[in-house]
Ligand binder design. Structure first.
Ligand SMILES: *Cc1c(COP(=O)(O)O)cnc(C)c1O
Length: 371
């Protein structure tokens, strides 16, 4: 049997290059606490993302969690359950109440036509997700946020480097949070960032990521420890040099999938959005069992039998998690619930061979044919 294929594979710079990048850490002995690598990466990312301000953190989750704390949110936050655990957990861990809005079935982002009916006098913010790199309806979210005086924090973990209407996606809302986890298009092993406009927010994040310490003798807030260390920043500096090439390779893989699966009845592909320069982070497909004959779980199992690790991403949706049983109800977001049972994310990474893409597509298509 051919080698096992996993849903993703972290990109790595040439080892020698990473060693060169970390060599001077042995001269300076600066391992963490906003050293030169941290500063250099922050500056490079600000340019790459085309944003006003950016700050680096240990991971994308702390970017979300500390953003909510920095904005001093209280009450209810409108969000979607069709996301990674992190989005909902960041809300709950801030003592806030998530109010789940359904998604639209075409691009899986928050259904903006259903936000206003969820707003109460306790609503303080909207936390939408650019899921799979699909950009939310930014204009409508802006309009609602302005009308009801709500903060907007985008979970942009899937949207690194994307541009919408010629602007970096990190520019939208009050804050956008990125993840640089090993599995993401751009990574720092573990890492994350916030992009924002407001100076006061930036000051607050800088304190909060370092225990709330504001000066040698002043601790101003109950912060966490969420500083990106120098080794992670060094990995980011290296990976950034290869990013364009990585995305170009991902594009070739995604286009091959699209070519092979585009016109198959009962398989729906992720939409190609107008005005968006994508990053090809994921390749989700939605199965309609009535038409395709096989359902998502059967296809997942069939791939598994061939040593191919697809991912049920996102399943379960967050309001269906065991830890929220009896608290939230997935039935309130029927479209998200339905999609979560029918969607499968296929393997996609820069070095995935086109022959492997073909093999994966053949397995899926042949399986349905035999039913
Ligand atoms: C990866 C991810 C996060 C969390 O990022 P980490 O860096 O792993 O903490 C948050 N939201 C979404 C949608 C993600 O995919």
């Amino acid at each position: 049997m051919a080698d096992k294929i996993l849903v993703t594979r972290s990109s790595m710079p040439p080892l020698e290059e990473y060693i060169d990048e970390i060599r001077d850490i042995w001269d300076t002995h600066r391992l963490t606490n906003m050293g030169p690598k941290h500063k250099a990466l922050q500056k490079k990312l600000q340019e790459y993302l085309g944003v006003e301000q950016v700050d680096l953190l240990t991971n994308g989750h702390m970017a979300l969690e500390l953003s909510m704390q920095a904005l001093q949110l209280q009450g209810e936050v409108i969000t979607t359950p069709f996301t990674f655990a992190s989005t909902t957990h960041a809300i709950v861990r801030n003592g806030l109440t998530p109010v789940f809005c359904d998604i639209n079935p075409d691009d899986f982002t928050i259904d903006v036509t259903k936000i206003e009916e969820l707003i109460t006098d306790r609503t303080c913010a909207i936390v939408p997700v650019h899921v799979y790199g699909n950009i939310c309806d930014i204009a409508e979210i802006d309009r609602i946020a302005e009308k009801y005086h709500l903060k907007v924090i985008y979970d942009a973990a899937h949207a690194f480097g994307e541009r919408y209407k010629d602007r970096g996606v990190g520019n939208f809302g009050d804050v956008s949070c990125f993840s640089f986890h090993a599995t993401k298009v751009f990574h720092t092993i573990e890492g994350g960032a916030v992009c924002f406009h407001d100076n006061a927010f930036g000051n607050s994040i800088r304190d909060l990521k370092n225990f709330g310490i504001h000066g040698p003798e002043i601790v101003e807030a109950v912060g966490a420890n969420a500083k990106m260390n120098e080794f992670c920043a060094a990995m980011g500096l290296c990976n950034l040099r290869y990013l364009e090439a990585e995305i170009a390779k991902r594009k070739v893989v995604a286009e091959r999938y699209r070519e092979r699966l585009n016109h198959i009845d009962g398989i729906r592909l992720n939409p190609e959005q107008m005005d968006v320069i994508p990053n090809y982070a994921y390749f989700p497909v939605v199965f309609d069992k009535n038409v395709f004959k096989a359902d998502r779980d059967e296809v997942f199992d069939e791939l598994e039998r061939h040593g191919i690790g697809a991912r049920k991403y996102f399943y379960p949706i967050t309001n269906d998690f065991k830890c929220f049983q009896g608290i939230y109800d997935a039935a309130e977001t029927p479209i998200a619930l339905d999609i979560s049972r029918r969607i499968l994310t296929l393997p996609l990474y820069a070095d995935l061979a086109l022959e492997d893409v073909d093999r994966i597509c053949d397995i899926i298509l042949n399986y349905a044919k035999r039913l």
